[in-house]
Design a protein around this ligand. Structure first.
Ligand SMILES: [Zn+2]
Length: 511
């Protein structure tokens, strides 16, 4: 420690810097917790041999996948302490532990150059006197080389990982939710996922699903100890391409640039554009998984997913019920607390001038809802028993037809983008072939469903069976499949009798 010895009299207060990293090991094998313990011992050994006092150990954990986005908190603290004179130097196992990249080193050099006091920069491989041109030259060379080795190591790891992906080998490390290990399905978790898919396709929101999972204590392998599963995890579990055997590969640079990415966008494909299928047990067929992802994507576009901060309660018939006077969709409102109506019904539907309505109609909520549910279930029951073709289309068929329309629109959009040169020929070709593949699939589905009233009847039977466990969102989705509107008329002269429900004032308009 040249500076310290020159100072002669006092012990210098210095900082010890330690860092865990995953790449850029340079063969020292000093990574992970164990490595940090040894790095720390090195710092104290250095201090002993150089009349320095370790004021504080600054420790960063650099194993994060998003390296460039994560600020090294301890490093930043150390910079401040150097600038303010709290410490007069740094001790570390090696210079590349301290300065990961040349720009880190330049920041340190600025401080050392401007300091008007003895400063230390010591490592087990030797000291650097950053106040001299020679010392700075050595330090810069060393950091540049270390940086280059790190980048090479990262590239080697990336090449290796991509090769594994192309080979359909599973991601290493932690198991995914739904599997016991890298290959074998966990029957309990798989069933939770299958049920979630059915619920989502029936209109359940992810936020509802998230709440249910959290309440039931469903946990992802990544869920931290003592915490409940996060909303993001629930979404990730359902979008995971692994569910149907598809292998995703997200390059490290992409992760660093943008944090959590959607693996759906990163399927590994063969040269013909078909996805690589991995070597593990699956929970869904590719079609089932796609349908789920499409449903989630469609919600993203309409904003119908999680409604953050929304205070308006959607009731069963909000905007499905319409005013018989002016035709506006009805909203709901609570009766005033303490009134008899509040005790008995809680809320009512109302034609609100604020939403462009006439303001002349209101009706207690629950009786209307009970009535509509009863009629709908009766209608479904008839479908369930009725094996002859009915007027009512199978919801699955309606959905498939709608998706076909969407594909037409997507194709038109792709052609437009291509015409404006915003898609490369290769991208365009791939997109069109993807869309056409999906189109063929859907057309086949439409032709099977169109002649299959039996399918419709079994779907109806299932809905009746599960109706009680449906959430409001799911029930709304089901109502919308069969019912265009529920028109509520005003009671005529002397018609409004307290507490008497009059079904003749309600007209159900079927689709
Ligand atoms: Zn009205």
């Amino acid at each position: 420690m040249k500076a310290a010895t020159l100072a002669g009299v006092d012990m210098l207060d210095v900082g010890g810097y330690t860092r865990i990293s995953d790449i850029g090991q340079l063969g020292d094998g000093r990574d992970g917790r164990e490595g940090v313990v040894r790095q720390r011992e090195d710092v104290y050994d250095l201090a002993k041999g150089s009349r320095c006092n370790v004021h504080r150990i600054y420790e960063d954990n650099d194993t994060s996948a998003y390296k460039r986005r994560v600020k090294r908190k301890a490093f930043e603290d150390m910079i401040i302490d150097l600038q303010t004179g709290t410490i007069s130097g740094i001790l570390a196992y090696n210079i590349d532990r301290i300065a990961r990249q040349p720009r880190d080193l330049e920041r340190l050099i600025d401080i050392y150059e401007q300091a008007r006091r003895p400063m230390v920069f010591g490592t087990t491989a030797g000291d650097y006197d950053l106040t001299t041109a020679d010392g700075r030259f050595q330090a810069r060379i060393y950091v540049t080389i270390a940086n280059k080795f790190s980048a090479d190591a990262a590239r080697r790891v990336a090449r290796q990982k991509f090769a594994e992906a192309q080979d359909g080998r599973p991601h290493k490390g932690q198991r995914a939710f739904g599997w016991k290990d890298l290959e074998h399905v966990d029957p309990v978790e798989a069933e939770i996922i299958r049920k979630a898919r059915r619920d989502i396709l029936n209109g359940k929101r992810i936020s509802t699903l998230h709440r249910e999972w959290a309440e039931a204590g469903v946990r992802a392998p990544q869920t931290p100890e003592g915490k409940t599963i996060s909303y993001t995890s629930v979404k990730y579990v359902l979008r995971n391409p692994r569910l149907c055997g598809y292998r995703a590969y997200i390059p490290q640079e992409h992760r660093e640039r943008s944090g959590r990415l959607d693996p759906v966008e990163y399927l590994v494909e063969r040269t013909d554009g078909t996805p690589i299928v991995g070597k593990w047990e699956t929970i869904f067929s590719p079609e089932e998984w796609r349908e789920l992802v499409d449903e989630l994507d469609a919600r993203k576009n309409t904003g119908a997913g999680r409604q953050v901060g929304s205070t308006v309660t959607k009731r069963l018939l909000t905007n499905i019920a319409r005013c018989g006077e002016c035709g506006s969709g009805l909203n709901s409102a609570m009766y005033q607390r303490g009134t008899k109506s509040y005790e008995k019904y809680g809320y009512y539907y109302v034609c609100k001038p604020a939403n462009g309505g006439c303001g002349k109609l209101s009706r207690s909520g629950p009786p209307v809802e009970d009535y509509v549910e009863k009629i709908l279930l009766g209608h479904l029951k008839k479908q369930a028993h009725d094996v002859t073709p009915t007027e009512v289309e199978d919801p699955e068929l309606t959905q498939a037809k709608e998706k076909l329309k969407q594909i037409d629109a997507d194709k038109a959009e792709a052609r437009a983008l291509r015409a404006q040169d915003r898609l490369s020929l290769a991208e365009f070709a791939r997109e069109i072939s993807r869309l056409e593949g999906k189109e063929a699939e859907l057309k086949e589905k439409v032709s099977t469903l169109a002649v299959s009233p039996i399918r419709a009847s079994s779907a109806a039977a299932r809905i009746i069976r599960e109706w009680k466990s449906y959430t409001v969102d799911m029930k709304r989705a089901e109502i919308r499949r069969s019912i265009e509107a529920v028109v509520i008329s005003k009671a005529g002269k002397g018609g409004a009798q307290r507490g008497v429900f009059r079904p003749e004032l309600i007209e159900i308009v079927w689709k």
